[in-house]
Design a protein around this ligand. Structure first.
Ligand code: HPA
Length: 267
């Protein structure tokens, strides 16, 4: 399937991305503000998973950010849409086959750490993916990576340091923490968030851990930022809504965009 998809794209463009930037919930605007060299809709790529989540546009945008050839994924696909873990990481594997070496994930996440506030940004240091199936289950594609990949540094220390220094230079306060992934689509219960806190998680979301896992497997250097769009269930005193998640992400977008663009310049 990857080879068929690769042929489809090669017939349209000879663009060779260095960097892949995945834009999460409420953060897709950045994709509309760049000079696109080529845009491909997910639905047009054979066998490609199509985004159905609100605000996930489902477009692959080939462009330059800070002089670096970048493939922007405007929208991702999630387990809760009914896709298998392997399907959710198909786009990342395809872009790796096209030559991309660096993956920059972004997402909206619920804050578990009691010092976090909605609107905070968090560099993901590490993750807990044990509550979702690995995208590496099944026959191993040896052209992508090894059967039993090491996960001791999923999120590159080098890239984390660059993002952290870039945030300092821009006077942007940035947190660090552990991201835990649950399947969704329901938000968690207070007891589940309490459990996640005991396990050492600082933020919770429904997407990025398995993406990072698959990306590490196929040889990307990975980094990720969460926008803390709400306080997680039980930490927040009010019920969580997807509108709140998107609204906070949108409010934070200008700061987020500056940080992403300047960080990529320094990668
Ligand atoms: N839980 C899970 N996923 C999320 C949340 C949350 O509170 N906020 C944004 N994505």
């Amino acid at each position: 399937m990857l080879n068929r998809q690769l042929d489809y794209i090669k017939n349209i463009t000879d663009f060779e991305p260095e960097i892949v930037l995945v834009l999460g919930s409420g953060l897709g605007d950045l994709g509309n503000e760049v000079d696109a060299q080529c845009i491909i809709n997910y639905r047009d790529i054979p066998g490609f998973p199509v985004s159905t989540a609100p605000s996930h546009n489902g477009k692959l945008i080939f462009t330059e950010i800070s002089g670096k050839k970048t493939a922007i994924m405007q929208g991702r696909v999630h387990l809760y849409e009914g896709y298998t873990p392997a399907q959710t990481v198909n786009p990342l594997r395809l872009l790796r086959k096209m030559g991309a070496k660096t993956l920059f994930l972004t997402n909206a996440a619920g804050g578990i750490n009691s010092s976090f506030r909605p609107g905070d940004l968090m560099i993901i240091n590490d993750h807990i993916s044990s509550f979702v199936d690995s995208p590496l289950i099944g026959p191993n594609d040896d052209t992508l990576g090894v059967r039993f990949p090491d996960m001791s540094e999923v999120y590159s220390k080098r890239l984390r340091n660059i993002i952290s220094d870039t945030a300092d230079n821009l006077n942007i306060d940035i947190k660090n923490g552990v991201y835990i992934q649950f399947k969704g689509p329901n938000f968690e219960t207070p007891a589940e968030i309490q459990m996640a806190k005991i396990l050492g998680a600082d933020a919770v979301g429904m997407s990025s851990a398995i993406e990072a896992q698959a990306a590490k497997h196929c040889g990307y250097e990975v980094c990720a930022i969460s926008v803390i769009s709400n306080l997680a269930c039980g930490i927040s005193k009010t019920p969580i809504t997807s509108e709140e998640v998107e609204e906070t992400a949108k409010q934070i977008a200008p700061k987020f965009k500056k940080l992403v663009i300047k960080s990529i310049e320094n990668f």
